[in-house]
Design a protein around this ligand. Structure first.
Ligand SMILES: *Cc1c(COP(=O)(O)O)cnc(C)c1O
Length: 427
């Protein structure tokens, strides 16, 4: 049987759900075309970066022990610097996750007595403990580094007056989070980030501007480092790992900032010279190579999800039409049943653990039960199709990823099917 409708049926999708998906997809052609154009540009940008750095077969081997003269690791870092148009980069499996990369960038570039400013409101949850907003062992606060914060205005724009007032002689670094994370604000465009950096540099050009780039890489044709950021920081189990990197984080930026980070990651005196790449380099190179089209698949999935969910009257951020600056899609169901059904559908569509039924559970660091759907090749990878939602009002789900668009599309159809089966929606 080679009929698409038939194979969907065999996989548990009713004909009415399938046909609705087709109708909505057919309306998104122009949208998808423009996403493909961005992917085309970014694919060439990555390819050019690899050719310029002369990536060779020898770069794929890797080292053990101290990792001296690891040509693959050093070349990969040159490739990242080329992609982000920065002087240098640190890209390592020893950077365990996005939070670690951000903590490293902060701790290595700040000294006791310095202050860090967030001019875009509260940072990502895990950063609260890094900074010491919530008391935590080893936080910046414990080292005598203070923190100040200026919230966005109610329309999502920057509060320039308050930002200016918050900058003082102690302000050493400004941290700007591109993605909304789990905050109910809009994700910042690279252009907006550029305006904010220009404003800050206009007050004090020596302030280090760092951007938390998680979930934003390759969504646009420019990155925050193209508009003045001194450091961009992210996770390899999100966008730039392309679904293949099994671990890792990156920091790209000014040479001095990257050197500071390297001396902190390994040791003063050793810096970038040590750190064996073991066997991960092929996945880092190939993942980066695939990342532009993987991100485009995830973006199409997010746009499709927004339009499907809008059809049933659920509120979605971003909405079905607006421009996108990260790969996250929020859907508010307003009921526990909606959140659970959606996550069950995403799980049931997975290539790994599709037979597992996710349940709401108590999680460390959360004040309510949370349900998570993830059937990923790389544990916890959120460039792979995944969703999670806290079981509390307004009963919203955060959905992201999809290594291929057909998989993301199937995940959404499965979610709609579950919503139908549990009578949250009617077709
Ligand atoms: C995911 C994320 C982080 C933290 O990354 P982990 O790999 O989960 O530690 C930080 N900031 C933002 C905006 C993120 O999306």
């Amino acid at each position: 049987m080679t009929d698409t409708k038939e194979i969907y049926k065999n996989l548990g999708i009713d004909e009415d759900v399938y046909l609705l998906g087709e109708t909505i997809c057919s309306r998104l052609k122009e949208r998808f075309d423009s996403i493909d154009k961005t992917a085309e540009y970014n694919q060439l940008k990555v390819l050019q970066a690899m050719q310029k750095a002369k990536v060779s077969e020898a770069c794929l081997y890797g080292t053990t022990g101290y990792g001296y003269n690891d040509i693959g690791r050093d070349t990969l870092e040159e490739v990242y610097a080329n992609v982000f148009h920065t002087e240098a980069a640190l890209v390592r499996p020893q950077i365990t996750c996005g939070t670690h990369a951000l903590a490293l960038a902060l701790m290595s570039n700040l000294r006791p007595g310095d202050e860090v400013l967030s001019p875009v409101g509260k940072p990502y949850d895990t950063l609260e403990e890094v900074i010491g907003i919530r008391p935590s062992k080893g936080s910046l606060a414990e080292y005598g580094i203070s923190y100040s914060q200026v919230n966005l205005l109610s329309d999502g724009s920057f509060d320039y007056d308050k930002i200016k007032a918050a900058i003082n002689e102690k302000t050493k670094l400004v941290t700007i989070q591109r993605s909304k994370g789990y905050e109910p604000r809009k994700t910042l465009s690279v252009e907006q980030i550029g305006q904010l950096i220009a404003f800050i540099k206009g007050i004090r050009p020596d302030i280090i501007c760092m951007v938390d780039n998680c979930y934003g890489e390759f969504v646009e044709v420019i990155e925050p480092s193209d508009v003045g950021a001194d450091m961009v920081v992210g996770s390899l189990i999100k966008n730039p790992g392309g679904g293949l990197a099994p671990i890792g984080g990156y920091i790209a930026g000014k040479k001095e900032c990257i050197e500071n980070a390297a001396y902190r990651l390994t040791s003063p005196g050793l810096g970038k010279e040590v750190g064996a790449s073991l066997g991960v380099l092929p996945s880092f190179f190939q993942g980066l190579f695939l990342a532009p089209t993987v991100v485009s698949s995830a973006l199409k999935g997010a746009v499709f999800a927004a339009n499907m969910m809008e059809h049933f009257g659920f509120s979605v951020i971003p909405d079905g039409k607006e421009s996108r600056h990260d790969i996250i899609q929020a859907v508010t169901f307003g009921s526990k049943e909606g959140v659970i059904a959606f996550c069950k559908g995403i799980q049931a569509a997975a290539p790994v653990d599709s037979f597992v039924v996710p349940e709401p559970w108590d999680m460390p660091g959360y004040d309510s039960q949370v349900i998570m759907a993830a059937g990923a090749f790389v544990s916890g990878s959120s460039i792979e199709l995944s969703a999670d939602g806290p079981i509390k009002p307004p009963y919203a789900v955060y959905f992201q990823g999809g290594l291929t668009f057909p998989h993301a599309k199937f995940g959404i159809l499965k979610a709609v099917q579950e919503l139908k089966n549990s009578k949250v929606i009617r077709l």
